[in-house]
Design a protein around this ligand. Sequence first.
Ligand code: G3P
Length: 214
Amino acid sequence: MKLFLDTANVDQVAEIASWGVLDGVTTNPSLVAKEGKDFKETVLKMCELVPCVSAQVTATDFEGMKKQADEYSKWHKHVYVKVPMTTEGLKTLKYCREKGIRTNTTLIFSAAQALLAAKAGANIISPFIGRLDDAGQDGMALIAEIMEIWSHNDFDCEVLVASTRHPRHIIDAAMLGAHICTIPYDVFTKLPKHPLTDAGIEKFMKDWESVKKK
Ligand code: G3P
């Protein structure tokens, strides 16, 4: 499973990329607004660090999305145009697939939406599990449904588990065979840690001190 960072902060991307585990980045308008930096500049800097960077369109009609998709795709070969799951978005996915522009479909909350996006030509679909959990539904059950559907079809479309909230989401997504998981920085930095690793290092260092004294 590929691991993506869900952020618009270039320093965070550089840090996690330096661990040798980062396959891509997902941005969205809310994350870009939080950082307050120029969108194109941010995307271009990230494209130098990872091979897949999602840049979301902000138009809501087909003509506007098409125009933004054409523009973003020219910025860098690592750009994936992020398109919302609407009927106008489906038209845009079809247009992009025909033009060879790679896409990520965002705001997927049902298996029916996932199926339509894949059929329209999305390269990636992004089901939002945390927001489903927040609404009292079972986000991971949606991933199980989607992976079951994918096992019966030959879609050229990866399933990206988005809106993750804690490390268990990442493990469960991997166990279900999801292709990609996007992870917020605060969750990503929890993944390498375990209290027994810290305690083990402390003991090794303490014991080594006694060896050095001999
Ligand atoms: O990038 C999209 C998605 O991961 C957003 O997550 O935490 O805003 O539900 P969240």
